[in-house]
Write a protein that binds this ligand. Structure first.
Ligand code: PMP
Length: 402
């Protein structure tokens, strides 16, 4: 979410040493860090490059000049073509119910998250509404809320330890960023005090089995993690309650008077190409985006597990294998991030990784122990291979040093 998630200020000149003082011994790029703290989904570029002109959009000078897209729609700034494409995509993949839902488009799902906080807490009471998510949680939830310092809502951290009385919002992120876990609500038995936001940014076939069409009241999705087009900044919310949708729209009107039509137009085209590829029964990894991306994720996870095999310093979770209604096969969860845990008394995983010139994001930012760190697996192939190489060399070095 947002710039901080994708920004990785890296000092390429600084040389790093291992925790025990020895210099890393790998040969390539030995004086530069590999920045993998961001969830920038560039791994999908080769697929879209191959699609060539199929995804080309032409926009004339006279196109999309109005603020308005469809004055008859509750979400008056939603391009009808994008609304249709989103409904078609969920229909094709089977990952969410769109019937009886309003689609609210946003400048990334980051903007929609803020719009939802506003919508669910306005007009506000004596106390700000608590917002929680079970740790490890997506770091930007806390960051956005702390940055806005609203009197309407307040970040209360880990849902597991949330005890306060009164209204609250629980954000359920499944599959979860950073650890890939499949999540359900955690806060229980609060009558009608609780409101839920289901952030389903990663509920797509390349990351996990599609086990049912999600049917929650408020669901967030984003092009960033579905198609990989983070730069277009298009996200969408599927919202059951018209009044909540209207308040979200009010927020987006105040914050940006709608959402770029050019981006919506392009997103509609990209989504259309994905749907065409999925509906073509003869499609292969070359023209079926989800087959392509799942294959790539599978290869990356195999390489990662291989390089970590038999080492004593870093470990990964095991993920479930489930029947996927989309592929018709039993598939493993393949998270977008490696959630690495340091073993053998190493206390700070982010620091450990820096010692082998890999920049990840430490567990603390996700409300977890510093012995964890998140590394993005959505990077370009060269960076991914560099990551594997550094792990390989670094773990050997670390092994010798201890
Ligand atoms: N939710 C989750 C769980 C995410 O990982 C991200 C992107 N890192 C977002 C929301 C926001 O995505 P965007 O603003 O790019 O749509």
């Amino acid at each position: 979410m947002g710039f901080p998630e994708n920004a990785a200020p890296v000092d390429h000149k600084r040389r790093l040493f291992l925790a025990n003082g020895t210099r890393t011994n790998h040969s390539s790029n030995s004086n530069s860090f590999l920045a993998l703290s961001a969830g920038d989904p560039t791994m999908f570029e080769p697929f879209w490059r191959k699609m060539g002109d199929k995804c080309k959009v032409v926009i004339r000078g006279s196109d999309f000049m109005s603020y308005f897209s469809d004055v008859k729609n509750v979400c008056w700034f939603l391009e009808p073509k994008l609304g249709d494409a989103i409904r078609r995509l969920h229909g094709v993949v089977g990952n969410a119910v769109t019937e009886g839902r309003h689609i609210v488009v946003g400048t990334g799902s980051s903007q929609l998250f803020q719009a939802l906080l506003y919508a669910l807490t306005t007009p506000g009471g004596a106390e700000p509404v608590s917002v929680v998510s079970s740790a490890p949680y997506y770091s930007q939830y806390a960051e956005v809320i702390d940055c806005l310092r609203s009197r309407l809502y307040k970040w209360e951290g880990d849902a597991h330890s949330f005890k306060k009385e009164g209204p609250y919002i629980e954000v359920v992120n499944s599959p979860n960023n950073p650890d890939g876990g499949l999540r359900e609500t955690v806060v229980k038995n609060r009558g009608d005090q609780g409101m839920l936001i289901h952030d389903l940014a990663y509920y797509w076939p390349q990351y996990t089995a599609i086990t049912s069409a999600a049917d929650y009241d408020i669901m967030l999705f984003t092009c960033s993690k579905c198609t990989g087009h983070a730069g277009s900044r298009i996200g969408w919310a599927l919202v059951k309650d018209k009044d909540i949708a209207k308040k979200m729209i009010q927020y987006i009107t105040i914050s940006s008077i709608g959402v770029s039509k050019e981006s919506q137009f392009r997103a509609a085209k990209i989504i259309g190409v994905i749907c065409d590829g999925c509906e073509n029964v003869q499609s292969t990894e070359t023209d079926n985006f989800f087959k392509y991306s799942r294959h790539l994720m599978t290869k990356r996870w195999q390489k990662l597990r291989e390089v970590l095999q038999h080492n004593r310093y870093l470990s990964l979770f095991k993920y479930p294998r489930q029947h996927c209604l989309f592929t018709g096969e039993s598939v493993e969860t393949l998270p977008a991030y490696a959630w690495l845990k340091c073993e053998e008394g190493i206390k700070d995983c982010e620091e450990f990784l820096r010692g082998i010139e890999i920049v990840g994001r430490g567990g603390k930012q996700f409300g977890a122990d510093p012995k964890f760190a998140r590394v993005s697996l959505l990077c370009r192939e060269d960076d991914f291979n560099g990551f594997i190489e550094r792990l390989h060399m670094g773990l050997q070095g670390e092994g010798k040093g201890h």
